[in-house]
Design a protein around this ligand. Structure first.
Ligand code: ATP
Length: 439
């Protein structure tokens, strides 16, 4: 984990927010490579769960909502962590994260457990006395419930269907930790899927299958994934059933995504509190009812971390000196997720090779993110790309000038092929774009 965190900082994937002021606990910034990686992941999720499906639509709602939303949803009364304080060092901990009855930092005595609401408060309005107290959303889904009628009636979708949203969520986590795994500001990728109660079991199993497959398609090993079924007594206030997908991180198993059956809780609560009927009207059956909601809720940051942990690899490779080896650090990211798809490297800077390579890079850049590098030995340049997960390095050499060919080196196998320069775009594009087999 330490190696990964330091690589992320050194290469500009992810670093602490406000670093020059000492940082903010639980807040992270995604640098040039991190932003590409996370965006690729979110695009892949959207492609897979919205674009290719005829029973899914999207939403991008505001982060700040009417304060009554959080009363009706139960968050004001029930979005609590149970916390204890250390009487000696004054640190605060989530009770369910403790392994013993004493302070994990100093061994001191702990206070009695108490409730702590983890929503982040904010004020809306310019004048002190009229400003309204509200919250930064702790989950993206409430706007989907509140906008349910607006969406189904304007877009004319029928149950069963789902509404998807990717966006920021905020929680005043008691102990942000494990790099970006537990942050105070993070992104969720959520779906609220509306169906009839009698088909909830069937759809629940269907979603389990779809979710599982998505992780496999990201290149995560099945042996590092497992389901965790929440016992009835520890279910959230809205849930009839919840299962989590967990990933085996270097620090242990951790939740990537929850799949909850929220029943009719949210639509009923918002109908009651707002006085607006959020029932679905089925024209064909001439019937009005509140649909059951199944919710796959995934974290974009946690999945990014899982993908990075899964991809990080070290291997011994021979050097140019007979009998000697060196350690190659390689991020075996799925090509569709890799931040940079191809690096273009002139073998040497002189003899017009740099110009040829720059021309090629400018052309490729219009299709996918690329990187141009002419400094240092070619082997070193390959290693730099391996470390950030670039799937292809395109080397421009003397044959490029004479025969119009380039060498394409593949990251994982280090195998090289020679192809005509005009085929490079198609060769790489085919291997790095999002795709999902039909059927
Ligand atoms: P945990 O038990 O780990 O606190 P949770 O069960 O409260 O998580 P949910 O409310 O189910 O989490 O949120 C759905 C998803 O949002 C989680 O599976 C996770 O991927 C992501 N998520 C939740 N809290 C955080 C956080 N503090 N930092 C990063 N991602 C988070």
């Amino acid at each position: 984990m330490d190696k990964l965190v330091s690589l992320c900082k050194r290469k500009g994937f992810i670093f602490q927010s406000s670093g020059i002021y000492g940082g903010v606990n639980g807040c992270w910034d995604f640098g040039p490579l991190g932003v590409e990686l996370k965006r690729n992941l979110k695009n892949d999720w959207w492609y897979n769960f919205v674009q290719v499906r005829d029973n899914m639509v999207g939403l991008d709602a505001s982060i700040i909502m009417h304060p009554d939303v959080w009363k009706a949803s139960g968050h004001v009364d029930a979005f609590h962590d149970i916390v204890v304080d250390c009487k000696e060092c004054k640190k605060r901990f989530r009770e369910d994260h403790l392994e013993s009855k004493v302070c994990p930092e100093c061994g001191g005595e702990l206070t009695e457990p108490k409730q702590f609401n983890s929503m982040l408060r904010t004020q809306l309005g310019v004048s002190e006395d009229t400003a309204v107290n509200t919250y930064l959303r702790p989950e993206t889904c409430q706007s989907i419930f509140v906008d349910f009628k607006e969406i189904y009636s304007s877009y004319r979708v029928k149950v069963p269907f789902g509404i998807a949203q990717i966006g920021k969520a905020f929680r005043n986590e008691v102990n942000p930790r494990n790099f970006i795994f537990r942050s105070r500001e993070f992104e969720q990728m959520e779906i609220e899927f509306f169906c009839r109660e009698e088909s909830e079991e069937e759809w629940f199993s269907w979603w389990q299958k779809e979710i599982w497959q998505w992780y496999l398609d990201l290149g995560i090993a099945e042996s590092k994934l497992r389901w965790y079924e929440h016992p009835k007594e520890s279910l959230a206030h809205y849930s009839k059933r919840t299962v989590d997908v967990e990933y085996e991180f270097p620090f242990g198993w951790g939740e990537l995504q929850g799949l909850a059956n929220r029943g009719t809780f949210d639509l009923t609560a918002h109908s009651k509190a707002s006085g607006k009927d959020l029932a679905f009207f089925d024209q064909e059956q001439n019937e009005r009812y509140i649909p059951t909601v199944l919710e796959p809720s995934a974290g974009a940051d946690r999945t990014t971390l899982a993908v990075l942990c899964e991809a990080y690899d070290e291997e011994e490779v021979p050097t140019s000196k007979e009998g000697e080896t060196e350690t190659r650090v390689v991020m075996r990211l799925h090509p569709k997720l890799a931040p940079i798809k191809a690096a273009v490297l002139p073998l040497v800077k002189k003899d017009g090779l740099a110009e040829l390579a720059q021309d090629l890079e400018a052309k490729l850049r219009r299709k996918f993110p690329t990187y141009y590098d002419h400094s240092g030995a070619i082997g070193r340049r390959y290693r730099r790309q391996d470390e950030i997960g670039t799937p292809f390095c395109v080397t421009v050499d003397f044959d490029t000038k004479e025969k119009g060919t380039v060498t394409v080196r593949e990251r994982d196998s280090m195998a090289q092929v020679t192809i005509p320069i005009e085929e490079v775009t198609a060769y790489i594009e085919k291997r790095v774009t999002l795709e999902r087999p039909i059927g």
